[in-house]
Design a binder for this molecule. Structure first.
Ligand SMILES: [Zn+2]
Length: 140
């Protein structure tokens, strides 16, 4: 998945991380009421931080997280966003690179990639987060 991790805060003061393709995607999903706090369900959510290095750091923190509670919240957020993502299957690496280079429309994509492809993408500066989930509507 070429998803960027952003930090969010809801109106009730919960902070959480979620992955979206871009700030524009977030605004779109928020407007549609699809983006809600995983703790209380409030749709009054705003971006907490936006610096690029923060996104990378957040992704590392998520990967290193041992908290099942936060992982469960994370997976809920991932599934919500995957529902709106475009599944590109094994063309993920090509597509993510095209988006990064501005050769394809910027959007949230999901799919599969080899470890080698993921490393190449990271070298190109593409935010990739590997998660052990399969888009639930794509299973079978
Ligand atoms: Zn909340």
């Amino acid at each position: 998945m070429a998803l960027k991790v952003f930090n969010f805060a809801c109106v009730n003061g919960h902070t959480f991380e979620a992955m979206v393709g871009s700030e524009e995607d977030f605004e779109k999903q928020k407007k549609a009421g699809l983006f809600t706090c995983p703790v209380c369900g409030s749709s009054e959510v705003k971006r907490a931080l936006s610096a690029p290095h923060v996104k990378t750091q957040a992704a590392d923190e998520v990967k290193n997280s041992e908290s099942l509670d936060s992982l469960s919240d994370l997976f809920k957020a991932i599934h919500k966003i995957l529902d709106d993502s475009e599944y590109v299957g094994d063309k993920f690496a090509d597509e993510a690179l095209a988006i990064k280079r501005g050769e394809a429309e910027e959007r949230v994509i999901s799919g599969t990639a080899s470890q080698e492809e993921v490393e190449q993408l990271r070298e190109e500066g593409v935010d990739v987060l590997q998660v052990p989930v399969v888009p639930k509507n794509k299973v079978n």
